[in-house]
Write a protein that binds this ligand. Structure first.
Ligand code: FES
Length: 159
């Protein structure tokens, strides 16, 4: 029988760059798995590092934990993403990145008109209303004018 070298929380934290608290959180959220020693300490299989690298990449792209959970759940038997998985998934993220870049460019262009203004009007400020869409929309004010990708609440605000 093959013996697996298991890693402690601190080893995984050191090698992955994630804080131990983040590892515990991701485990509670079901994104990574750990076994327990007789004393109740967590032990991780080495492939958790690849899974964490995937999580970091997904977070960098802007995926929420729920979206990451869905991506990982699509992998058979909750296995770690392979090179082929990564190629397929990362291609699907390109459009998302393009949309984020476009949204940020619209914000950057709008910022130009804010310099020296200071009104911060939720109705007419170009930062809240890129492309002057307020002039034609009747479905709300304020943040509704932000590009949809920039209207997402920070992760901590979603619970
Ligand atoms: S602060 Fe006045 S338009 Fe943005």
């Amino acid at each position: 029988m093959e013996s697996k070298q298991l890693l402690t929380v601190s080893e995984v934290a050191r090698r992955s760059g994630f804080a131990a608290s983040a590892l515990r959180y991701y485990e509670r959220e079901g994104l990574i798995r750990a076994t327990r020693t007789g004393g109740g300490q967590r032990r991780f299989e080495r492939n958790v590092l690849r899974r964490l690298a995937f999580i970091r990449a997904a977070r960098n792209v802007g995926l929420s934990l729920d979206e990451i959970r869905v991506e990982l759940a699509d992998l058979p038997d909750l296995r770690t993403p392979t090179r082929a998985d990564w190629g397929r998934i990362s291609r699907s993220w390109r459009q998302r990145l393009d949309e984020q870049i476009n949204a940020l460019q619209a914000l950057r262009d709008g910022l130009q008109s804010c310099i020296g203004c200071g009104c911060l009007s939720l109705r007419s400020c170009a930062m809240s209303n890129p492309g002057d869409v307020a002039a034609t929309r009747t479905d709300g004010t304020g943040a509704v004018y932000l590009p949809s990708l920039l209207r997402q609440a920070p992760e901590g605000d979603q619970r």
